[in-house]
Ligand binder design. Structure first.
Ligand code: BTN
Length: 282
């Protein structure tokens, strides 16, 4: 990695910095290092390499383009120049339930930031942390963990992508872009706004706990109280009413004769039978 790809220290400016990069730099949470790449395989992979190489620091890794962007469940995440690709690397304090709870901060931060740029602020969250505009996906979050081989410390690697200018075609779900909804923003301004929101939500979480995050999440959620299909990781699917989130962030599904608490899966809205087959599901 060359110095061109690395900004260490929140107030240290490189002479080549554009005002736009400084904007992202200023929005980085205190104590986080900003890594900026014009091109990289995947910001999540870069974060993992830092951890596995014993060089982890709290960091924001931002790439203008990814050559091997990854989505959830091993899917490809198309990553041409023009969209936002970012990963936040932070120590994992707590267990995997805590990791899951933190992922809601990200979905919420992204959705709130997107709404601040939309003429009609109708971005919504799809469980667990996709962002939709008019039912089409504009953003997704990939949550991973890694362990430092030197210290044994665990890290949370939260990657997110936002379709600012381009959306993938030929995928099994509807996609859209911010540009298609006349969002008045740039990739840099959007990332700055997301990082600002993350800082605010982090404070809220620390002081008021997950209940406060859950309340905000619910206020922006799509499909609560509606019929949904959930494709589960084991290849089966369930249909029922999406009643709520529990205090760990699990989806509560009322299937009439049975109630389920779902911690992983893909949700589809609409009438029974409208979800794609499990293998092709988003
Ligand atoms: C999803 O499938 O919805 C999650 C998509 C996550 C994509 C982001 S882009 C930045 C980071 N790097 C990756 O390779 N993936 C995540």
């Amino acid at each position: 990695m060359g110095m061109n790809d690395f900004i260490r220290g929140l107030r240290q400016r490189r002479t080549t910095d554009t005002g736009q990069i400084s904007l992202v730099e200023r929005a980085c949470p205190a104590g986080f290092t900003l890594f900026h790449y014009t091109e990289i395989d995947s910001t999540n992979e870069a974060a993992k390499r830092l951890v596995e190489g014993g060089e982890a620091v709290p960091a924001v890794l931002w790439a203008e383009k990814q050559t091997s962007g990854r989505g959830r469940r091993g899917r490809v995440w198309d990553s041409p120049t023009g969209n936002l690709y970012c990963t936040v690397l932070e120590p994992l304090r707590g267990d995997m339930v805590e990791a899951g709870r933190r992922s809601y901060l990200f979905g919420l931060a992204i959705s709130t930031a997107i709404n601040s740029f939309l003429p009609v602020p109708n971005a919504q969250l799809k469980w667990p942390n996709d962002v939709l505009i008019n039912g089409a996906k504009v953003s997704g979050v990939l949550l991973e963990t890694a362990v430092c081989p030197v210290t044994g410390d665990r890290y949370l690697i939260t990657g997110f992508g936002v379709n600012v200018a381009m959306a993938p075609e030929g995928v099994a779900y509807k996609t859209t872009t911010l540009a298609a909804h006349e969002a008045q923003t740039t990739v840099e301004r959007l990332l700055g706004a997301i990082l600002d929101q993350l800082c605010l939500l982090d404070q809220l979480y620390r002081f008021e706990g997950f209940a406060a995050i859950r309340a905000q999440w619910r206020a922006q959620a799509a499909g609560i109280g509606e019929s949904v299909t959930v494709n589960l990781p084991n290849g089966t699917s369930l249909q029922g009413k999406f009643t709520d989130l529990d205090d760990m962030g699990a989806l509560l599904l009322d299937c009439g004769d049975a109630h389920y608490t779902i911690t992983a899966g893909d949700v589809f809205f609409g009438p029974v039978g409208s979800a794609p087959p499990v293998a092709a599901a988003e």
